[in-house]
Design a protein around this ligand. Structure first.
Ligand code: GLU
Length: 504
């Protein structure tokens, strides 16, 4: 196979959608798997859609995901510039080349004229197409006398350069995912290649750059498939070999009805961007929501590709080993927010208690709790199987750090019996007599006491939980009190019995 060179070519028009991150990821996996080169190219020739901060956002997102760029604006490389607006003159030369070959022409129609034609066609239920059948009645270098259009150019009249799409010709091409495709040119228009603002359009810049950068495979979103016939024609006009193409399936809404959008995320409470977007209309990001980049990447990789086995947890290097384009799906992949959390939970469970303690300590510090890391380690070990995010550890452990201020009314109604206060005070004496405040030792002593007294274990333990935790939740009781220590445990029994007693 020829040297693999692939590119991720986003336009800096706002935050990078997770569908875009997936495109970058598949390109990256393909490059690494084939000892190829992964290029980041910024396609910013549409000045009207340019958004400040977007370019940096793209780079930071890839970095957070662990997708390393081989050639790009920051990395350099032999095929630069890697930002298209930095080479508009080069694109202009290629547009001129097509004019010389008579495969492109100057068009002078104003925006108002074209808008009117579109509206008139709409009224008749038709679509206006600027193509072979329409171009002769328009203002361009194919329809006007040569002297006239040359004069217009000399006078500095605004113009665009359009591709001269042949009439009624079948274009055949292949897509690595979609297979063989045939499109007849009569459905295609004479697309603008170069605009009156001196910038190339996406189509021209994209083809020229892919050629100049010696791109071997174009792996991109399915929304670009309709542009492919034009791209194939452009390659033909230039006399260049086209790269191979793979158009990735769409990322769909959770209900499968249409493309996943920011609004779906806002409505259902999940991010559709990798990082928080801080400009204008701000948006949530996976990073800030507490996702591990490894979990995010693992989830994305499986949205549109499968390894052919049941295995779901993949590190980046395992993804590189397993990835192949022929296992990319043809149909769209539904985004599943619950599955995203599930992936994060899996990665959280893989972390050592020490790592989690270090991450969780930061939350505690912000709330003013400064506990020894060893203590926090024990704590996270008790609750990690119940959480998907480090931030959720707090909801599971708040009562470790503060004695209950209120006691759950429903729990009291259900669990608090007239004999409970006396039993809990007895339990307090039993615990007071235990030297080694370790879960197992305590458990066996308390159980023998309950047995000797003929009490009901459930009744005692449930009431005990209410005074210690404030509600019917939390991990194993003896793990909790061992962590709290004797003094705090006994205090909580006294306080609970007294406060609940007064409330009844
Ligand atoms: N600039 C295009 C985008 O924003 C790139 C399409 C392509 O990869 O050819 O998605």
């Amino acid at each position: 196979m020829q040297q693999v060179r692939v590119r991720f070519a986003p336009s800096p028009t706002g935050p990078l959608h997770i569908g875009g991150v997936r495109t970058a990821l598949y390109n990256y996996l393909f490059a690494r798997k084939n000892n190829g080169t992964f290029i980041l190219r910024i396609e910013d020739t549409d000045q009207t859609r340019f958004v400040d901060g977007a370019e940096e956002y793209i780079m930071e997102s890839l970095k957070w995901c662990g997708i390393t760029v081989d050639e790009g604006i920051n990395e350099g490389g032999k095929y630069g510039p890697y930002r298209q607006s930095d080479k508009k003159d080069i694109f202009r030369q290629y547009a001129d080349l097509l004019i010389d070959k008579n495969d492109a022409y100057y068009a002078f129609d104003s925006r108002d004229q074209l808008d009117k034609l579109r509206k008139d066609a709409d009224k008749e239920g038709k679509t206006f197409i600027y193509n072979a059948s329409a171009r002769n009645s328009r203002q361009n270098s194919l329809s006007l006398p040569e002297a006239e259009w040359k004069q217009r150019l000399k006078d500095g009249a605004p113009y665009v350069i359009r591709y001269r799409m042949p009439l009624n010709e079948d274009i055949h091409f292949d897509d690595l995912i979609r297979g063989h495709i045939v499109v007849n040119t009569s459905t295609l228009d004479d697309k603008v290649l170069f605009k009156s603002d001196g910038m190339p359009t996406y189509h021209l810049a994209n083809i020229v750059d892919d050629h100049l950068m010696e791109i071997s495979h174009v792996i991109r979103g399915e929304e670009w498939l309709p542009s492919l016939p034009l791209h194939i024609m452009l390659y033909r006009s230039f006399g260049w070999d086209a790269p191979l193409f793979a158009h990735l399936p769409l990322l769909l809404k959770p209900d499968g009805e249409g493309k996943l959008s920011k609004r779906d995320g806002d409505k259902m409470g999940f991010p559709v961007f990798p990082l928080y977007w801080p400009y204008g209309e701000t948006a949530k990001g996976y990073r800030e929501e507490g996702y591990y980049p490894e979990a995010f990447i693992n989830m994305l990789a499986l949205l549109g590709w499968n390894p052919g086995t049941e295995k779901e947890i993949f590190s980046m290097s395992e993804l590189i080993d397993a990835f192949s384009i022929d296992r990319v799906h043809k149909s769209g992949s539904r985004f599943n927010p619950e599955k995203a959390k599930w992936f994060n939970h899996q990665y959280l469970m893989q972390r050592t208690n020490k790592q989690l303690a270090i991450e969780f300590r930061e939350f505690l510090r912000i709330q003013g709790f400064h506990h020894d890391i060893g203590q926090i380690e024990t704590l996270v070990g008790l609750v990690k199987d119940r959480v998907s995010f480090v931030s959720e550890i707090w909801n599971e452990t708040d009562f470790f750090f503060k004695s209950p201020e209120t006691y759950d009314k429903d729990a009291i109604k259900k669990r608090w019996k007239p004999e409970t206060p006396a039993q809990l005070l007895e339990l307090k004496e039993v615990l007071a007599g235990i030297e080694d405040f370790k879960p197992d030792a305590m458990e066996s002593k308390v159980k023998s006491w309950i047995e000797a007294k003929g009490y009901n274990t459930g009744a005692i333990m449930n009431a005990f939980r209410i005074v210690i935790v404030g509600a019917s939740r939390g991990p194993h009781m003896f793990d909790i009190i061992s962590w709290l220590g004797k003094e705090e445990t006994l205090k909580r029994i006294d306080k609970g019995v007294s406060v609940i007693g007064k409330s009844l």
